[in-house]
Design a protein around this ligand. Structure first.
Ligand SMILES: Cc1cc2nc3c(=O)[nH]c(=O)nc-3n(C[C@H](O)[C@H](O)[C@H](O)COP(=O)(O)O)c2cc1C
Length: 219
């Protein structure tokens, strides 16, 4: 019997592994709570793990990089590499993404191609306390992920405005229509991740292995 290998993205009894990244460093972040809600509402087969070390990543500096990636950057790159896709929850700071998130993307995009972000499927969500719901920061993030060659799910979009009215004091997403929307977003995100793997030549081996449950041929 051929050995069973861990193949991503997954179907059947295998898990699709998603790395959640919140662009906010604060303890009571609504974006972090949004990722927690995503963990709760994820469709069957999707497992979301949050990368919690954004605040430890130093400012990108090519001199530092030349001496070797800092440990937090190595951890970030490994987490991205081993995930089937990224789910990024971004706040909006001055119409764009917070510096900490941009900085993490800058590190992950180095050294130039192929990087751990190349061909990495991404989903973007975001929560703000204002009425815009992070529309502008999500657009900025999409533009950035174009540079890293990371395909982003186009629709549905997920803009959570007035976040302070949608989460309970225990941090749980309580707004029913937002819960429904997030669950539907995650379902479509998971279907799109599988479809992306099917059409990308670089992942064709994964897809074949997915069907046969045997290791992809190296020839
Ligand atoms: C420096 C800074 C700039 C901000 N700029 C915006 C903005 O441009 N648009 C917006 O909707 N909210 C803006 N906000 C408010 C954030 O949306 C709000 O603080 C949100 O709760 C941050 O996300 P978090 O709860 O995940 O930390 C800004 C907040 C900070 C600290």
């Amino acid at each position: 019997m051929p050995p069973v290998v861990e193949i991503r993205p997954s179907r059947g009894n295998m898990k699709m592994k998603i790395l959640g990244i919140s662009g906010s460093l604060r303890k009571d972040s609504f974006n972090r709570k949004l990722l927690q809600a995503a963990i709760e509402l994820a469709p069957e087969g999707m497992e979301i793990e949050i990368f919690d070390r954004l605040g430890e990543i130093p400012f990108y500096n090519e001199d530092v990089e030349e001496r070797g990636d800092p440990e937090s950057v190595i951890a970030l790159k490994k987490s991205i590499e081993s995930a089937d896709a990224l789910l990024i929850a971004t706040p909006e700071y001055n119409y764009s993404v917070p510096g900490a998130l941009k900085n993490a993307i800058d590190w992950a995009s180095r050294p130039p191609a192929p990087t751990v972000l190349n061909d990495k499927a991404c989903g973007i969500i975001g929560a703000s306390q204002g009425t815009g719901g992070t529309i502008r920061s999500q657009l900025a993030l999409r533009q950035m992920l174009g540079s890293t060659n990371s395909p982003v799910l186009l629709k549905p979009e997920t803009f959570i405005a007035k976040a302070q009215d949608k989460f309970g004091t225990d941090g749980k997403l309580t707004d029913e229509s937002t819960r429904k929307h997030l669950a539907s977003f995650l379902k479509k995100f998971s279907e799109w991740i599988v479809r992306s793997a099917e059409v990308q030549p670089s992942k064709a081996g994964q897809k074949k292995a997915l069907e046969t449950r045997s290791p992809p041929s190296l020839s």
